[in-house]
Ligand binder design. Structure first.
Ligand code: HEM
Length: 64
C-alpha cells in the first residue's frame, strides 16, 4: 500500500483512515474518479462489501 494506484494516485498508506474509507466508498459506488481511472478501482472493489471496505480502511494505516 506504499505504491500509488498505477502511478496516478496518492499511495493509500499516505491517507488517513477516513480519507481511505471515503475513497473506497466512492469507487465502489462508481462516483469517484480523481485521476480519470476510478473505473479500475470500481472493478477491484466489485467483490467487497461495505464491511470489507471498513476493515480495509482500518488495516491499511497499520502497514506504516
Ligand atoms: C484492496 C486493494 C486496494 C486498495 C485498498 C486501494 C485503495 C485506493 C485508494 C485509497 C485510492 C485513492 C488514492 C487517492 O485519493 O489519491 C486508490 C486509487 C486508485 N487505485 Fe487503488 N486500491 C487497491 C487496489 C488497486 C489495484 C489492484 C489497482 C490496479 C489494478 C488499483 C488502481 C488504482 C487507481 C488507478 C487509482 C486512481 C483512480 C482514480 O482515477 O481516482 N488499486 N486506490
Amino acid at each position: 500500500m506504499d505504491e500509488s494506484g498505477m502511478g496516478v494516485s496518492k499511495a493509500p498508506i499516505s491517507l488517513s483512515q477516513s480519507e481511505i474509507l471515503t475513497a473506497l466508498k466512492g469507487y465502489k459506488s462508481a462516483r469517484r474518479s480523481e485521476y480519470g481511472m476510478g473505473n479500475t478501482m470500481t472493478v477491484v472493489l466489485s467483490d467487497y462489501n461495505d464491511n470489507d471496505l471498513n476493515d480495509l480502511s482500518k488495516y491499511i494505516p497499520t502497514l506504516k
